[in-house]
Design a binder for this molecule. Structure first.
Ligand code: OAK
Length: 857
């Protein structure tokens, strides 16, 4: 509304000059108002789902106040902004986290208890937004929490998928995939912004033209989709800052043409509309692999283009902006190769739209963009067929060729012609010519980073060795940097494990540890204190009881709460070696069977839980799920052993499941072949909750061990630098199979876990075993590529050490406290501080609060 305001502004200002109060009674009033007026329920008749929604709206009011004020503050201060571009955010449930971060735990509890409702029951009503596959997406979510908590002026950008990660069901032991329409009747935490939309073009052609004597390129025709913003406020903990996760939804570019109702074009109009909406409809359920699907590239370009248009608009809005200032005001992080079309799009926006000359635009682009690599798996480095790009993004292909031309010239000048030129080119020659997005990202970035120390070294030496050589040759040794991952202690300790949070707060006398985990070192003084041991063990017991209830209600599984709880939860992938875990379970079972009843009673009781989703097209991963389920069935029904060993595949592993499972674990399995897991982040969550790790010298395990002490970890298996030699020897035929593993293989082959009852499964299990034993093919897809056979004996040893150590409860408790108290390095607060300092050059901008707000506290 514009024009003479007749004091309107002032009046509105006065009306709005109060913040929503946070005492329990005001919260109740706000709840009742939303129940009746926003949701159209009555006070006398509403469901728990309605109550959750109304409570969500109570929070949303407060989040909005903070989000708007924070943004105004950033603008006033003219701070440098960070933008995290990620195709995935595995955000998890909002409510509990928002209550904690807004410092509303006490008043909310009181308000709802007084109304006869438990907060936990409300939390249980929330859908678990799973707009991500696994590690990369969850890391992005933890980063957002830390950026807000550190008051860093940083936003996330991504895609608002209507369908997130599929829901995993298990039928006859096999994975089935069901759609996850998480958005259902709408999410109270998101704010649709129909006023924030950008056009995104696809297909069409490029026309050359002359403007003011300059040759210019114009991308015309094709189709235009509108990107509409949905904002998701991300409140920080112990700060008044609330940042934003802006997700884009695809909408058709024009509303219905009414004339079309009566014309034959009506059907076409509907088809166009649906095609546009398809763009943000569903998350590709591939983790660390990619399929060259056209829709996927469309999704990537869609959200990248909208995000860059949005952030440039914010930059341009600043009074007297100058393009030279862009790198002082904007830093962009590209989360893996998925958003790396940003390099070409930034150039297009600067050159074609903003009319900067090429060299200037390139300097600005290169200074603003940064790229994180999240996997050593070469199959995850995206490469798009030139033909596809030429059709879909013709202007971008031109730009990429131009960038590559200049790049190759530089290389030739420096090194002359040779094989290294082809290795470094953005374009991969071959039957199908492809654009290597990893190369484009590196060339167009200021910094490149790996996600754990070992991973960063692998990137330098194996993933991009020629680039590293180029950097070193140019004196740019620090272009590739390490940023070890982390996790947020707010969600993964405070929310997931309130009992542990209370212990820490009691011993430290404040909640400061939640923003400074180095404070937990104080706990080390008490690691042998029997009083703390009692509390610690009671905490674990409570977590196990919660897990037991949850397993009973979700999958009708009963577990012995006195048993050692052993968990492996992560995406199912051959390199993560869930197969080795289940082979060990079989071994344990066979050993138990050999014993007399008396001897069995002396064996440590164990419950082994395995959970994770397999990409829908990943055949071997799906067979592994089936094997786990079939093994579990045999073991859990054997009257000789079932008291001592239980095993289960926990269906539909997701963030909310992790929040119940992780705190209850005694040990967790992080057992990837050395050099294959970039970092891993669940390892950090388990240890923060007082669990110990059975693990290989891989990913962040190595750094966790350094921080917590080798005695807190059950390490086994070969080292990364031994892998190549072992594989080579295996191919020459030197690949002995341990007799205990041989016994396991025999049992599988003899049909113990499928047999004639399930011939198909039997054939699949046998095929898996014979692939492992096919030593000569090791190092190829058909052999024991991930060295299960080689590492198995030392895995058995590590597990024996676990049992031995667990016998001594106070020793175990001491190690558990020691490890949990030594995890400061693995808070994403530390990770984000490092990104902000080393990569982005961004400073915190803590929003001050006015007196009224202060008084309200
Ligand atoms: C997913 C798709 C493409 C490339 C990588 C991924 C991915 O999820 N990688 C995982 O990233 C995590 C966060 O950095 C790491 O902890 C995991 O080790 C890595 O597998």
């Amino acid at each position: 509304v514009e024009g003479q305001d007749g004091g309107r502004m002032e009046k509105l200002q006065q009306l709005m000059a109060h913040y929503e109060p946070n005492d329990p009674e005001s919260i109740q009033k706000s709840f009742a108002r939303h129940l009746e007026y926003s949701l159209a329920c009555t006070r006398f008749s509403f469901t728990m789902q309605d109550a959750y929604r109304a409570a969500g709206l109570v929070l949303r009011d407060r989040l909005l106040e903070s989000l708007n004020d924070t943004n105004t503050w950033y603008r006033e201060q003219d701070v440098k902004r960070g933008y995290y571009l990620s195709a995935e955010y595995l955000i998890g449930r909002h409510m509990q986290n928002a209550i904690a971060n807004l410092d509303l735990e006490q008043p909310f509890k009181e308000a709802f208890e007084d109304l006869g409702m438990k907060l936990e029951d409300l939390f249980g009503e929330e859908a678990d937004p799973a707009l991500g596959n696994g590690g990369l997406g969850r890391l992005a979510a933890c980063f957002l929490d830390s950026m807000a908590t550190l008051s860093l002026p940083c936003w996330g950008y991504g895609i608002r998928y209507s369908y997130g990660m599929f829901k995993q069901g298990i039928k006859d032991g096999r994975q089935i995939e069901e759609p996850d329409f998480w958005i259902g009747d709408g999410c109270p935490f998101e704010i649709p912004r129909p006023d924030v939309t950008y056009p995104v073009r696809f297909y069409g052609k490029v026309e050359e033209a002359h403007e003011n004597g300059q040759k210019v390129s114009r991308w015309v025709g094709g189709e235009i989709v509108q990107a509409m913003a949905y904002d998701n406020p991300i409140p920080g903990f112990d700060t008044y800052n609330t940042n934003n996760l802006r997700l884009w939804r695809a909408c058709p570019s024009e509303e219905f043409d009414l004339d079309a109702f009566s014309s034959a074009q009506f059907q076409d109009a509907i088809t166009q509309r649906r095609k546009a909406e398809d763009l943000s409809a569903v998350l590709y359920p591939n983790d660390a692999t990619y399929a060259g699907k056209e829709l996927r590239l469309r999704q990537q370009y869609f959200f990248v283009s909208a995000s860059l248009q949005d952030l440039l608009r914010e930059f341009i809005k600043r009074p007297n902006f100058k393009w030279e200032e862009l790198p002082q005001k904007v830093a962009v992080q590209m989360n893996d190769t998925h958003p790396t079309i940003a390099v070409a799009e930034m150039m297009r926006l600067l050159v074609d739209v903003q009319k900067l000359d090429w060299d200037r635009a390139w300097e600005l682009t290169r200074q603003c963009l940064n790229y994180t690599n999240h996997t050593v798996m070469p199959e995850a480095l995206e490469k798009w067929p030139v033909e596809m790009m030429e059709r879909m993004l013709p202007r971008h292909l031109q730009i990429i060729y131009h960038i590559n031309g200049i790049w190759i010239q530089k290389l030739l000048q420096r090194w002359g012609d040779g094989p290294i030129i082809a290795a470094l080119s953005i374009v991969e020659e071959g039957d199908v010519k492809k654009i290597r997005m990893g190369h484009l990202a590196i060339i167009g970035s200021n910094k490149i980073n790996g996600v754990a120390a070992i991973h960063t070294e692998i990137i330098k030496k194996e993933t991009f060795p020629e680039f590293y050589k180029w950097c070193c040759d140019n004196g740019e040794h620090n272009k590739i940097v390490n940023m070890t991952n982390g996790v947020t202690p707010r969600r993964w300790v405070h929310c997931a494990n309130p009992a542990l949070s209370e212990i820490f707060t009691e011993y430290l006398g404040s909640q400061e540890w939640l923003t400074d985990m180095t404070k937990l070192k104080v706990m080390l003084d008490y690691k042998e204190d029997p009083k703390l041991h009692d509390k610690w063990m009671a905490m674990k017991k409570g977590c196990k009881a919660k897990l037991a209830d949850w397993l009973k209600s979700t999958m009708d599984l009963e577990i012995d709460q006195d048993a050692l709880i052993d968990i492996q939860i992560k995406r199912i992938h051959e390199y993560k070696r869930q197969l080795m875990n289940i082979l060990f379970v079989i071994h344990r079972y066979l050993e138990l069977k050999k014993k007399s009843p008396g001897e069995r009673a002396a064996v440590q009781k164990r419950v082994v839980l395995i959970g994770g989703k397999a990409a829908s097209a990943y055949v071997n991963a799906k067979i592994i799920i089936k094997l786990i389920n079939n093994v579990a069935k045999v073991i859990n029904n054997d009257p000789d052993t079932k008291q001592y060993l239980k095993c289960a595949f926990v269906p539909n592993y997701c963030v909310s499941a992790a929040q119940v499972m992780i705190p209850a674990s005694d040990i967790s399995e992080h057992i990837s072949t050395a050099g294959t897991e970039a970092s891993g982040t669940s390892n950090m969550k388990f240890v923060m909750n007082g669990g110990l790790i059975v693990g290989t010298m891989d990913g962040a395990n190595i750094e966790i061990r350094e921080e917590c002490g080798p005695e807190t970890m059950f390490i086994f298996g070969c080292q990364e630098n031994e892998v190549a030699g072992i594989s080579a020897r295996a191919q020459e035929g030197h690949y002995p199979i341990d007799s205990r593993l041989q016994a396991v293989f025999d049992e599988i082959r003899n049909g113990k876990f499928a047999g004639q009852a399930e011939p198909e499964a039997q054939a699949e299990f046998e095929s898996i075993v014979s692939r492992l034993c096919n030593a000569r093919a090791a190092g190829t897809w058909d052999g024991d590529k991930y060295l299960v056979i080689y590492d198995f004996p030392s895995f058995i040893d590590a597990q024996a050490r676990v049992d031995q150590t667990y016998k001594n409860k106070s020793q175990w408790c001491k190690l558990s406290i020691q490890a949990a108290a030594s995890m400061a390095q693995f808070s994403t607060d530390r990770t984000m501080r490092e990104y902000a300092k080393v990569i982005w050059g961004i400073e915190p901008a803590r929003r001050p609060v006015d007196e009224e707000m202060q008084a309200r506290k």
